[in-house]
Structure formats: structure tokens, C-alpha cells
Design a protein around this ligand. Structure first.
Ligand SMILES: Cc1ncc(COP(=O)(O)O)c(C=O)c1O
Length: 378
């Protein structure tokens, strides 16, 4: 019987054709015609003033930290339940992380404890829309505005997700996207910075182009370019942009394939979950999710480990997600202790992500569901 992986990259069909076109254009470095097409598509479909493709979401977050001028001694509030890049980008600039716990329902930043963590040193609130389900943006935006603190949305999971009818990634001063192989739309490794604050646009272009004003030069606005600020090389080759554009063009088909996978799990596991004290994902009625992942939360860590082994024995790979950042080796160096973020600590031990990819066939998904339903007997 064939092995069912956790993730499988998807090729819509036009990727190679577009890569060939990028090569035929004789422009394979950054900011060629396919990069511009990706920028325009994302700007128009999301309604964001400026989008810049980057080499990863990690790098887009690093750009955000540079744009905010994060300095040693600044504090950045980040969820304890996230990927390392959400916090690392700011630590690189010398910031101190202040870990915030997550809500037990959506696993997003718990906005009810946010205000308590703000100090005069707080430079940014960096949030993650876990699984592409929106954080409580009304409350978070209100707190951030009252304290004049920038909000950065790490929207690695949530492209085309919405909160109260508005796209995720359009609330914060800056937001980031990931096009890593595991995401809904991919070019292998890639990301984007979404710039909602028009005042950040020019400097973002400079930081992305090694601290030079080369972007203005290429637009014909100046007759030579030079070193004007700090920066690095954050722009991807146009070959990757060509691959990505093929996927973004195909977004409706991709999202409907993923929706089918999500709904199949939900429909077939709902009753089993109720009867076995296993929680399925929660999407508040005011959020529209982009079907990035399907997770379940088992009643105990032992049951979670047993289910991973049970599925593995039947040739299918399920995986856990984030280990609490405040309890990691690095997190402890910043003073993280057991009990600081109890929901994160509890959920992280019990959460399991099921195989999820665009072309996961119904028979294969049926095998996964059957294996889970048989888990009672072991
Ligand atoms: C919430 C979050 N932020 C950032 C990243 C990093 O993305 P990338 O691999 O594009 O750098 C990930 C990776 O999965 C993630 O889950």
C-alpha cells in the first residue's frame, strides 16, 4: 500500500512554461517581469499598496524588523506558539522577546492578556494567524493604536484568509507571507512583504536591494544608484517568481482543492472527535479560512504519540507542530519558564496535523480517516 506523506508539492501545469519564458526574457535575476506580475496580482487581489517578493517569510520578517528600526533593548510581543522566524527576525536586531500565550480555541495570540505585557519599551506586536484563521484584529488594533505600537502580521499560513470580510495581511503596518513548499502557494522557498504603511515603501525597496536605491534607478527616477541605507539581498530570482505566478494565477482551483480536503476531514471526523474528546479546528463565524491545514487536539500527549505511531504503522505521516518557544533552549535564555504560557504548553503536547495537500485523493483520505476511526481499538 502506498505511503501517504504529510505534504506533497503541487504543480498546476504552467510552472515550467513560465520558467522557460523567464529564461527567454534573458532576465533571471530579481525584479524581472514575473516578479512584477506577482506584485501586481497580490496588490490588486488583496488591496495592499505595495507588495515585495522576498526569498522567504523569514526574510520578510527580517525586513520588517529593519523597517521598524528595532534596537537592542526594545521589546517585541510574540506568541509562544509559533515558528522560530516570527521571533528570530527581531532578536537579530537585539530585541527581547515577550512571549504571549494563545487562546485555547483558535490558538492565536490571546488578546485579553496583551495590554498587560506592554511596557514603555514595547516596539511591536507580532502576531500569527494560526492555520490562516484570523486573530482578534479589532481588539488588537485598538490596543496597538492606543499605545502607538506597530502591529506586524506574520501571515505565513493565511494568504486569502479574511477577518470580518477584510483580507489577513491588510491590518498591520507590515505583514509577511510564505511560499515555502508546505504552503498553499509555493515556489519551493519564497515569501513576500506586504506594506500597508505607504511611508515604509521607499525604505523597504532600499533594504531589499542591499541598502541601495537601485529600484528607483530601474524605474528611471534617478540617473545612477548608490548606497543610501543598511540592507541586504532579499529579492528572489525571476525564475522562482515565474513558478509562483503560475500558482497564484491558479488560486481559485488550488483553494477549492484544499477546501475539499478540509471539509472531508471535518465531515468524517466530527462525530468521532465528539465521542473521543478530540477537538477539531475552530473557525469563528467572522473569519474565512484559506484551508491551510487540518489539525486535531487529542485528550492527552500519550494519545497523540500513540496516534502518530498508529498512523505511521499504516503508512501515513502525521506531524506535531510548534514546540513552545519560551521553553526552547533559546527561549529559556530570555527567561522563559514552565507555566508562563499554559495554553501553549498544553496544546503543543496534544496537537497533531494530518496529511494535507492539494492532490490528496479521496481514497487516500478515506484510508487516513478509517485508520483514525480504528484508533479506538488499539
Ligand atoms: C508562522 C510562520 N512564520 C514564518 C515561517 C517561516 O517561513 P519561511 O520558511 O518562508 O521562511 C513559518 C514556516 O512555516 C511559519 O509557520
Amino acid at each position: 500500500m502506498q505511503f501517504i506523506p504529510f505534504n506533497r508539492p503541487f504543480f498546476g501545469g504552467k510552472e515550467l512554461d513560465y520558467i522557460k519564458r523567464a529564461i527567454d526574457n534573458m532576465h533571471i535575476s530579481g525584479d524581472g517581469s514575473f516578479t512584477k506580475k506577482c506584485h501586481a496580482l497580490l496588490e490588486q487581489s488583496l488591496g495592499v499598496p505595495r507588495v515585495l517578493l522576498t526569498t522567504s517569510c523569514t526574510h520578510a520578517l527580517e525586513m520588517a524588523a529593519l523597517l521598524l528600526d528595532v534596537q537592542p533593548g526594545d521589546e517585541v510581543i510574540v506568541p509562544a506558539f509559533t515558528f522560530v522566524s516570527t521571533v528570530n527576525a527581531f532578536i537579530l536586531r537585539g530585541a527581547r522577546p515577550v512571549f504571549i500565550d494563545v487562546r485555547p480555541d483558535t490558538l492565536n495570540m490571546d488578546e485579553s492578556v496583551l495590554e498587560r505585557l506592554i511596557t514603555p519599551r514595547t516596539k511591536a506586536i507580532v502576531l500569527v494567524h494560526y492555520a490562516g484563521v484570523g486573530c482578534e484584529m479589532d481588539a488588537i488594533t485598538d490596543i496597538a493604536e492606543r499605545h502607538r505600537i506597530s502591529v506586524i502580521e506574520d501571515n505565513a499560513h493565511g494568504l486569502f484568509g479574511k477577518y470580518k470580510g477584510k483580507y489577513l495581511g491588510t491590518f498591520g503596518r507590515l505583514a509577511t507571507l510564505s511560499f515555502h513548499e508546505t504552503k498553499n502557494f509555493t515556489c519551493g522557498e519564497g515569501g513576500a512583504l506586504l506594506i500597508n504603511d505607504a511611508d515604509c515603501i521607499e525604505r523597504a525597496e532600499i533594504i531589499r536591494e542591499k541598502g541601495t536605491n537601485r529600484s528607483r534607478f530601474f524605474r528611471g527616477e534617478i540617473d545612477k544608484y548608490t548606497w543610501v541605507d543598511i540592507g541586504s539581498s532579499y529579492l528572489p530570482t525571476d525564475i522562482l517568481a515565474a513558478f509562483l505566478y503560475a500558482q497564484l494565477e491558479d488560486r481559485e482551483r488550488i483553494q477549492s482543492m484544499r477546501r475539499r480536503v478540509y471539509e472531508y476531514y471535518e465531515e468524517h471526523l466530527r462525530n468521532w472527535g465528539k465521542n473521543h474528546n478530540v477537538r477539531l479546528p475552530f473557525v469563528p463565524p467572522h473569519c474565512e479560512q484559506p484551508y491551510h491545514m487540518f489539525y486535531i487536539i487529542l485528550p492527552t500527549p500519550q494519545r497523540r504519540q500513540a496516534l502518530i505511531a498508529h498512523l505511521k504503522g499504516r503508512g501515513m505521516l502525521s506531524v506535531f507542530h510548534y514546540l513552545p518557544l519560551h521553553l526552547s533552549e533559546m527561549g529559556r535564555r530570555f527567561g522563559g519558564r514552565e507555566g508562563d504560557c499554559p495554553v501553549t504548553e498544553d496544546v503543543s503536547d496534544r496537537l497533531l496535523r494530518l496529511p494535507f495537500y492539494n492532490e490528496l485523493s479521496e481514497p487516500d483520505q478515506g484510508r487516513i480517516v478509517d485508520a483514525i476511526l480504528q484508533f479506538d481499538d488499539v
